[in-house]
Design a protein around this ligand. Sequence first.
Ligand code: GRF
Length: 196
Amino acid sequence: MTFARIAIFASGHGSNLQTFIDITKARKDFPAEIALVVSDKPSCYAVQRARDANVPVFAASPKEYPDKAAFESAVLEALRDARVEWIVLAGYMRIVGMTLLDAYPGRILNIHPSLLPAFPGKQAVKDALLAGSTETGVTVHLVDEGIDTGPILAQERIAIAPGESEESLLARVHEVEHRLYPRVVEQIVLRHRQAQ
Ligand code: GRF
């Protein structure tokens, strides 16, 4: 069995990254392997999780580079060295630029904690609560030049309980994310393999 080589991009806690680390270990038939973890925050917990799991890491602060294009070129070199085929954004707090979009057309996925197009941006869970919504959810989509735009691959709804706290809702959102994201990655990798 050949495994699709994925890179997971993360900037923070890395719970979605951990899900992929766990599933690729636990399921021998999972069709993807983590070839690289990329982070723009070298000291974040996601990087620690990757190192603990012996996954190769490229972690660098964009401040070390003259501009965004130079940072992305360095990332791209690391992706090419690791022979990465798919990019999986999991809490990567940076807008992906044209260097990576051009190099991986239709091959960059993102997960977002709302039912897009509702509540794009950095604090989607909080925004859903502030808006008094009775439901929110999780979206996995392909990445394009916009912020949280791009073709939707999968969505799952989550009802918001009256008076629910942000903490409680966030925990339920993560539970859904950890189930949905590996499933969508598995599907897209298998679909692409069949089409080849
Ligand atoms: C997730 O809620 C994801 O939807 C959003 O960023 C968060 C990352 O969480 N894009 P984690 O770092 O994977 O724990």
